[in-house]
Design a protein around this ligand. Structure first.
Ligand code: NAD
Ligand code: ZN
Ligand code: ZN
Length: 390
């Protein structure tokens, strides 16, 4: 079959690889009908996630048709049309029972800290996201093996097109978790840093929940203009102001700042390197520019919600300011499975239209071009979808 594979920083190609087969009896094999490129894939593409190996198949946002099911699969059957959460969870461990699926302690054999000679379980395995997260082949391919198929695959009604439901695999629940963590509700004032797919869908969710003011910070005018037109955000172009946080604060009552901030940017690895406690790996630090602005823009007692991915440490993290303001931080990988039953009806009712952020629909054969376009963001590009040819 054809699959998008990694061959070093900024080098990906669609290669012929072996077809996947059932390994465990609770696996299914999925024929992929649609898959997307995520901002998280860009961290891999840039070579910034350790233990990404030559030939690894990327892709953690995908859906399709079940073509084979192991003996122990009871939740779905051949012919079902399903969306797959990017987090692989067992459904039955300490964390899964608390709906903390991204912390599932049984699916990732890829890493884990040794503390006092005892192994601390790593977080859940992810599709197509390096050997740090289990080395599970991803779904930017014609076919993919889906482990834990009694827990993950989520059936979607035929009446909804792939475009409408594909983002249930990751970015819609990620945006949803970000606004829920930020406690956005009627009358909230919120600032969203990053107008990529995650930031845009966070703005869509915040608007639906009745936020009073939504600031959106980025430097791509076309992304800001889209968010202004669709979600009524107040755009802040950080290329046009020295201090985006100040520009936000002065538009809030009493110059207090916003109730919550969402960092939908994540890390840009640069500068010095240190070893992390949890992975025992040497990692580059991040400039943390967006996170520093978040801490500056939020009011006292406010919430900093971080869906953006970070690895290693952050240069100049203003912990003193965070303490002074009495802030709450909420972050992490998304507990995808927990949100799907509440998100599907919102799409069915037309309250959320995640498909409207799509700008590019390419054949899987052109996946490498899709990565280049999404990385450069020169032409108007918000979200790239890949469709394997049938
Ligand atoms: P993206 O790369 O398209 O968007 C990032 C946007 O941030 C870009 O438009 C960029 O111009 C903007 N930006 C860069 N620096 C900025 C700054 N200092 N201030 C404001 N904006 C800035 O990516 P995306 O798909 O929207 O993903 C965003 C982040 O969310 C990534 O870090 C990704 O890894 C992460 N993510 C996390 C999860 C999760 O489970 N927590 C899931 C999906 C994606
Ligand atoms: Zn993703
Ligand atoms: Zn589990």
């Amino acid at each position: 079959m054809k699959a998008l594979t990694y061959h070093g920083p900024y080098k990906v190609s669609v290669d012929n690889v072996a077809d996947p087969g059932i390994v465990d009896q609770d696996d299914i094999i999925l024929r992929v009908t649609a898959t997307a490129i995520c901002g998280s894939d860009l961290h891999l593409y840039r070579g910034k996630i350790p233990k990404t190996e030559h030939g690894d198949i990327f892709g953690h946002e995908f859906m399709g048709e079940v073509v084979e099911a192991g003996r122990d699969v009871t939740a779905v059957q051949k012919g079902d049309r399903v969306v797959i959460p990017f987090v692989i969870a067992c459904g039955d461990c300490f964390f899964c029972r608390m709906q903390q699926f991204a912390a599932c302690e049984t699916t990732n054999t890829g890493r884990g800290a040794i503390i006092n000679k005892k192994q601390i379980p790593p977080p859940a395995a992810l599709f197509g996201f390096s050997h740090l997260y289990g080395g599970i082949p991803g779904g930017q391919a014609e076919y993919v093996r889906v482990p834990k198929a009694n827990t993950g695959p989520f059936k979607v009604p035929d009446i909804l097109s792939d475009d409408k439901v594909l983002f249930l695999s990751d970015i819609l629940p990620t945006a949803w978790q970000a606004v829920k963590n930020a406690q956005v509700g009627k009358g909230s004032r919120v600032a969203i840093f990053g107008a990529g797919p995650v930031g845009l869908l966070s703005a869509a969710c915040a608007r639906m929940l009745g936020a009073e003011q939504i600031f959106m910070i980025d430097h791509h005018p076309y992304r800001l203009a889209f968010a202004q037109e669709r979600y009524g955000v107040i755009p802040v172009n950080f290329d046009e102001t020295d201090d985006p946080a100040a520009a936000i604060i002065e538009q809030t009552p009493g110059n207090r700042g916003v109730d919550a901030v969402i960092d939908a940017v994540g890390f840009e690895a640069k500068g010095s390197t240190t070893e992390t406690i949890l992975t025992n790996l040497k990692l580059e630090g991040s400039s943390g520019k967006a996170l520093r602005q978040c801490i500056a823009a939020v009011r006292r007692g406010g919430i900093v919600s971080v869906p953006g991915v970070y690895a290693g440490f952050i240069h100049g993290f203003l912990f003193g300011d965070a303490f002074d303001k009495g802030l709450t931080f909420k972050m992490g990988q998304t507990h995808v499975h927990a949100y799907l039953p509440e998100l599907l009806p919102l799409i069915e009712q037309g309250l959320l239209k995640p498909e409207e952020i799509i700008t590019h629909k390419l054949s899987l054969d052109d996946a490498a071009k899709g990565y280049e376009i999404f990385e450069k963001k020169e032409e108007e590009c918000r979200k790239v979808i890949l469709v394997p040819e049938t």
